[in-house]
Design a protein around this ligand. Structure first.
Ligand SMILES: [Zn+2]
Length: 132
């Protein structure tokens, strides 16, 4: 199970990497106008998300990796379900999946990047939970 305290929890649910309580982004990834803007600080535990200016540029490398993983996953699903799409159909399915998932891939990549630098902190999490 993916529970609090696991990096996957923070990454998939887009939560603060330290307390797993506060939101990481200003708005939902599919709110396209905000372009996955990262908050200045965690509203729950006060963690400063941006260690330095343009800190999240590095997440672009991560999103490349996540994109490749999504492409492989789509390809495997096509194989598992035995769909006979031909090379064009497979390519089209992968491109469609990538376009539809792009906002989420971008958000997840920023969280993966942040999780390289921050770790879950039990004590902070307990305090953050009590704050409203
Ligand atoms: Zn936090």
């Amino acid at each position: 199970m993916i529970g609090k305290g696991s990096k996957l929890y923070s990454i998939l649910l887009l939560k603060c990497p330290r307390c797993h309580e506060g939101p990481f982004l200003h708005k939902h990834p599919y709110n396209l106008g905000s372009m996955n803007r990262v908050r200045e600080r965690c509203p729950k535990c006060g963690l400063k998300y941006k260690i330095e200016p343009s800190f999240y540029y590095g997440s672009m490398y991560v999103s490349y990796g996540v994109g490749v993983a999504v492409a492989v996953a789509v390809y495997l699903l096509i194989l598992i379900f035995g769909l006979d799409l031909g090379i064009g159909g497979i390519f089209g399915s992968i491109v469609t999946a990538l376009v539809l998932l792009m906002p989420y891939i971008g958000a997840v990549s920023k969280l993966i990047w942040a999780n390289f630098f921050f770790s879950y902190d039990n004590t902070v999490a307990r305090k953050a939970k009590q704050r409203v």
